[in-house]
Design a protein around this ligand. Structure first.
Ligand SMILES: [Zn+2]
Length: 232
């Protein structure tokens, strides 16, 4: 009992970390829009070591979690804290806190980006990837006809044969390198006979019509598979 709880807690930690990494990547790629000016160095240092002086409701925290420059500085400060970890026990604690603070801040943003479907009517759509190759770089030819409306979508994806169970990040991106994400959703696999399926809430209401890619990334192997997709 205790063991299985621990395992699920570790899985959650990994998932949080993964979310944070996904968010971090987007921030550093300049895909987020920070509001307000960059805070001063002293504030970023306080944030990196999660000083009690910093309230997470502070608008400068919001800025730092969406600004490439501040994020870079936070990561550098975290590295500095980490490189000093052998010097004292306190430093180890500080480093751990800094990582938690950064994971918390960016994790919160990653979560907020997940569209909440709420009472808005979502359109149900199914994409069947069962017979597509899972080899990276392979062109899944029979997906040319897959198209989705520019709407709030409850997207059911039948994953390719031999897909691993677990959490998946589903994204609609402009290219095959994961750039220009227009929507993202998270989902856990559900077994249906031989098949692994996921159902993710994908918000395409603000997406322009055109050619995109649908990607699926497993939380653990982190390899993204891309499938051509059209938004109508
Ligand atoms: Zn900034």
């Amino acid at each position: 009992m205790r063991l299985s709880w621990r395992r699920s807690s570790n899985a959650e930690d990994r998932f949080e970390k993964w979310l944070a990494q996904q968010h971090q990547r987007r921030v550093l790629a300049g895909e987020t829009t920070p509001s307000g000016p960059c805070p001063d160095e002293a504030f970023l240092q306080d944030l990196a070591r999660r000083s009690p002086k910093v309230a997470l409701s502070d608008s400068r925290v919001d800025h730092a979690a969406t600004c490439p420059a501040c994020m870079n500085r936070l990561l550098a400060l975290r590295e500095e804290l980490r490189s000093h970890r052998h010097k004292s026990v306190i430093a180890v604690a500080v480093t751990a806190c800094a990582i938690i603070a950064i994971a918390f801040v960016v994790g919160r943003y990653a979560m907020e980006r997940t569209p909440s479907v709420g009472n808005t009517l979502a359109v149900s759509q199914t994409v069947n990837l069962w017979d597509t190759g899972t080899v990276r770089g392979e062109q899944p030819g029979q997906l040319q006809s897959v198209s989705l409306p520019a709407a709030l979508i409850k997207l059911k994806i039948v994953l390719p044969r031999h897909s691993a169970p677990g959490q998946y990040m589903v994204a609609i991106t402009r290219d095959q390198n994961g750039n220009g994400a227009v929507a993202e959703g998270l989902a856990s696999t559900v077994v249906n006979g031989d098949q692994q399926q996921i159902v993710a809430d994908i918000d395409l209401r603000n997406a322009r019509a055109g050619q995109y890619f649908l990607s699926t990334t497993h939380e653990q192997d982190q390899t993204a598979y891309y499938y051509p997709l059209q938004i109508k």
